[in-house]
Design a protein around this ligand. Structure first.
Ligand SMILES: Cc1cc2nc3c(=O)[nH]c(=O)nc-3n(C[C@H](O)[C@H](O)[C@H](O)COP(=O)(O)O)c2cc1C
Length: 178
């Protein structure tokens, strides 16, 4: 058996290059695409890719919201949110409406009729979505650029059988480049 004396460890570490963080590595992670809806004085919502099932008993979701988003502010204030799981037939116009402008400037649900209210009073999508979840916030963690919310599911239903849209499908087939 080869035994190394403690004295040679620092020398070994010294030869290793400093680890680098290639931000492109994060693009290799896979995601879905969702409408995250909230309600304060008015209904609002934003597109997110950062939603996962984090636990099954009780059923819990984790979502991450950019700090500057109105949706983040509203969820912190009200403690509830809905998630609609978007399908592959989602229109780019829907992504643009909810994901590329802020509810601080516009009423995003104005003229958008494919919605119903869940038991918590928030909107969820009835088209371009195959499932919905209502959640109440149980924990939040400040991650710097984003606030992470853990939500316990209070209502969930399947809305259809169409395939869920992945972030990759959105980037390759739905996103319009101008
Ligand atoms: C494809 C796509 C994915 C997005 N993912 C997230 C996300 O995971 N979290 C987030 O906070 N914002 C995400 N956004 C950005 C928000 O949807 C966007 O900032 C929105 O305008 C915020 O609106 P609000 O200020 O009304 O909340 C995404 C946008 C797009 C188009």
């Amino acid at each position: 058996m080869v035994r190394h004396s403690r004295a040679c460890w620092p020398a070994t570490f010294a030869t290793k290059p400093t680890p680098k963080i290639d931000s492109k590595a994060a693009r290799k992670l896979t995601y879905g695409l969702f409408l995250l809806s909230s309600k304060d004085e008015k209904d609002n919502g934003c597109i997110i890719n950062s939603c996962i099932q984090a636990a099954s008993d009780p059923l819990r979701l984790i979502i991450c919201c950019q700090m500057g988003n109105l949706t983040r502010e509203t969820i912190e204030k009200t403690g509830v949110f809905n998630v609609s799981v978007l399908t592959e037939d989602v229109d780019f116009d829907t992504v643009r409406r909810f994901g590329m402008q802020s509810g601080r400037d516009v009423d995003k649900f104005e003229g958008f009729t494919a919605v119903e209210r869940s038991a918590n009073g928030l909107y969820y999508l009835t088209e371009q979505a195959n499932a919905m979840f209502s959640c109440k916030v149980t924990e939040k963690i400040d991650l710097g650029s984003h606030m992470m919310f853990v939500g316990e599911v209070t209502e969930a239903k399947v809305l259809g059988g169409d395939k869920s849209c992945t972030y990759d499908h959105y980037q390759s087939n739905i996103k319009k480049r101008f």
